[in-house]
Design a binder for this molecule. Structure first.
Ligand SMILES: C[S@@+](CC[C@H](N)C(=O)[O-])C[C@H]1O[C@@H](n2cnc3c(N)ncnc32)[C@H](O)[C@@H]1O
Length: 401
């Protein structure tokens, strides 16, 4: 938990005021309207069973429901992320807004932003969540927010078109309804997962498709129902797994596990390693045979796999070899240098391919501004152009200026 000033005081109003100050200090809240919404809505009333300190912690989620394995299927999102997404959404008084994924709190914030002339609908796939959100909304005085029980994959056609659609579960794709139910000048804010990494992307309509205005790394519970992600996972050994959603990538768990037991090849790019989120975006779109390598802390501490894999790191795989990014301190600059660790009979080939991308990024793209992400619905061109990722309903394309 991140302590906020005032968190020792057990007065919700003081905790809320401290939360707003801290969200401003951390540049999560940028506008007066979002600050006023956070100051107005009693967050703890949407987490009645949670300790006050947890409800008002900036970076903590509050559990709402878990599945049979103990994994969260519903949470009240962290205040910091909610603030970032509401700023991305740029909601104005009088707007019609659809929220996909309910808890009640974020919908109440949106109701504050649209005011009495606007309209807010929130939809959730889980009856328990909808019932709970309804009770909390009514209890906190937000009876005008409409709650709907449905799979958000189809949107909520009844209230369309919406000026804003805000998705609050990690989406693997953008179904046609989220574009068709958006007003001509509408904006969709969605945590979109591309090759294992989720970014909250603010998309504006661009003809039949969408173009990004901003994006930020984000973590969310996954979307359930019709649009749920279908990713393949290969467990190489206890604490080491590879994951991919690219149909062209074959994960041979036995051969790749064997590769990890062969001596590691470590190669250095000579290029700076910084802006990791931007580099990751580049790598995930450019790697020709991409997967994501995950390793537990215990495996990292054993020295087998580098620390980058604890949060998941873009990897390049072949049938029997693997390469992934690492970094080391650069004594001269005080920063870091990027490098590659590779294993297996084709370690050198994969390492060279990976190093080439690290150098290209440093030379052509690093510190040249944010990328633009587009969503182009409909059948994908064949072959797929460079810097695009195939989804079910269209393609995601990224470009750098
Ligand atoms: C992070 S929670 C939502 C947080 C909420 N917006 C808040 O105010 O804090 C994500 C929610 O998405 C819901 N969800 C998952 N898949 C869904 C789908 N296909 N349609 C609608 N809701 C979905 C889950 O049931 C869960 O309640």
């Amino acid at each position: 938990m991140t302590a906020i000033e005032g968190s020792t005081v057990r007065d919700p109003a003081a905790l809320r005021a401290a939360m707003v100050r801290a969200l401003r200090d951390q540049d999560a809240i940028l506008s007066e309207s979002v600050a006023a919404a956070f100051a107005a809505v009693p967050r703890h009333r949407f987490a009645p069973d949670a300790p006050l300190e947890l409800a008002y912690d900036l970076h903590s989620t509050v559990p709402v429901k878990k599945d049979e394995h103990g994994l969260d299927t519903s949470v009240m999102s962290a205040a910091h992320l909610q603030a970032v997404m509401l700023e991305q959404a740029d909601i104005e008084p009088g707007m019609k807004v659809l929220e996909i994924g309910s808890n009640g709190y974020n919908a109440a914030l949106i109701q504050e932003l649209v005011g009495s002339d606007g309209a807010v609908t929130t939809v959730d796939i889980d009856r328990d969540v909808v019932d709970r959100a309804r009770l909390c909304l009514d209890d906190a005085g937000y009876g005008q927010v409409k709650t709907v029980l449905a799979d958000g994959e189809a949107g909520v056609p009844d209230g369309a078109p919406y000026d804003r659609i805000i998705v609050t579960a990690a989406a693997w794709d953008i179904p046609p309804s989220w574009i068709s139910e958006l007003a001509e000048k509408g904006r969709l804010v969605v945590p979109l997962t591309v090759r294992g990494t989720t970014r909250s992307i603010a998309f504006d309509r661009d003809g039949d498709g969408l173009v990004s205005r901003s994006y930020r790394m984000a973590r969310f519970v996954p979307m359930q129902g019709e649009g749920a992600a279908k990713e393949r996972k290969a467990l190489l050994r206890d604490g080491v797994a590879l994951q991919t959603d690219d149909a062209r990538v074959h994960l041979n768990a036995e051969a790749l596990n064997h590769a990890l037991d062969t001596p590691r090849l470590e190669s250095w790019s000579g290029a700076a390693y910084d802006l990791p989120d931007e580099l990751e975006l580049y790598l995930t779109f450019r790697l020709p045979s991409p997967a994501r390598l995950h390793a537990s802390k215990a495996v990292v501490e054993s020295g087998l796999v580098e620390a980058a894999a604890v949060l998941g790191v873009p990897a390049l795989v072949s049938e029997d070899s693997i390469a992934y990014r690492t970094r080391r301190k650069n004594g001269e600059t005080g920063g870091f240098e990027s490098g590659v660790v590779a294993h297996g009979p084709h370690a050198e080939v994969l390492a060279d391919q990976y190093l080439d991308l690290l150098r290209r990024w440093a030379q052509d793209h690093r510190r040249r501004g944010a990328a633009t992400i587009r969503y182009v619905p409909g059948p994908a061109p064949s072959p797929l152009p460079q810097d695009t990722v195939l989804k079910r309903h269209g393609i995601v394309a990224v470009s750098w200026h």
